[in-house]
Structures are given as structure tokens and as C-alpha cells.
Design a protein around this ligand. Structure first.
Ligand SMILES: [Zn+2]
Length: 136
């Protein structure tokens, strides 16, 4: 008789308070984790974009060296010259954040990206900038 009482106590399921506590704990975990994932995504986009900018600058410098171009010269043909004709770049680079690359084809000027991180990320500044941070 005693055993059946214990079983029936546990067989009734969860109370509303128990379910609400579980939901509250899960939502706290999600609230802590989501900004971290978003931040990691922005950092990875920025890093990828910075790598693209370094590759673009290297391609422009190589082209300028090979064709005796000085600072301020414009590379005629743009991407077609750098990607298809000379193969300094294997493909036209794309910003993962959706930005466009500007000041790309002028020798001696560092290329940059038009992307800006969403407002809530800008509090930490430099982490999310799509630009070459060290220029040699
Ligand atoms: Zn970018």
C-alpha cells in the first residue's frame, strides 16, 4: 500500500511552478549565450574581411611592382585585371558582413570596407572594424 502511494505521487507530472522555474533557467542561459554567439560571429566577419583587405592590398602592390606603377596610379580594369587577367587574386573577394570594398584600385592607398557593425556591437569598438589595423 505504501509503495503505490509513492508511485502515484510521482505520476502526477510537473506543477506549474516547476515548469516556470525550468523555463526561467533556460531563458537565462539563452540570454547569456546569444550575445556571445553574436559577438563571435561579428569578430569572425571582421577577421575574414581584414584578411581580404590584406590580400587585395598585396595584389595591388604586386601588380604595381610588375607594371612599374607609382603611388596614386589607378589599376585599369579593376577586378578583371586583378582576378581574371593577372590571377593575383583567385576570386573577387566578398565581405562576409555585406560591405563593399572601396579605394581598392589606387596604388599606395589601403583598401577599406564600407561595413559597420550593428549599433549594439559598437560599444567595444575596434574588435568589429573591417579595416587593416597594422599597415606595413
Ligand atoms: Zn567588410
Amino acid at each position: 500500500m505504501e509503495k503505490s502511494c509513492i508511485i502515484s505521487k510521482w505520476a502526477t507530472g510537473f506543477t506549474l511552478v516547476e515548469i516556470m522555474i525550468v523555463i526561467a533557467i533556460i531563458s537565462m542561459i539563452v540570454a547569456i549565450a546569444i550575445p556571445g554567439f553574436m559577438r563571435a560571429r561579428e569578430v569572425s566577419r571582421a577577421t575574414s574581411c581584414q584578411e581580404n583587405l590584406i590580400k587585395i592590398e598585396g595584389a595591388v602592390d604586386s601588380y604595381a611592382l610588375e607594371n612599374d606603377l607609382t603611388d596614386g596610379a589607378i589599376i585599369a580594369g579593376g577586378w578583371v585585371t586583378l582576378v581574371a587577367k593577372t590571377l593575383y587574386l583567385k576570386q573577387t573577394p566578398k565581405c562576409k558582413g555585406g560591405g563593399d570594398y572601396i579605394k581598392v584600385f589606387t596604388v599606395g592607398i589601403a583598401p577599406s570596407c564600407t561595413y559597420t557593425a550593428p549599433g549594439w556591437f559598437n560599444t567595444r569598438g575596434n574588435l568589429y572594424k573591417h579595416e587593416i589595423t597594422e599597415h606595413y
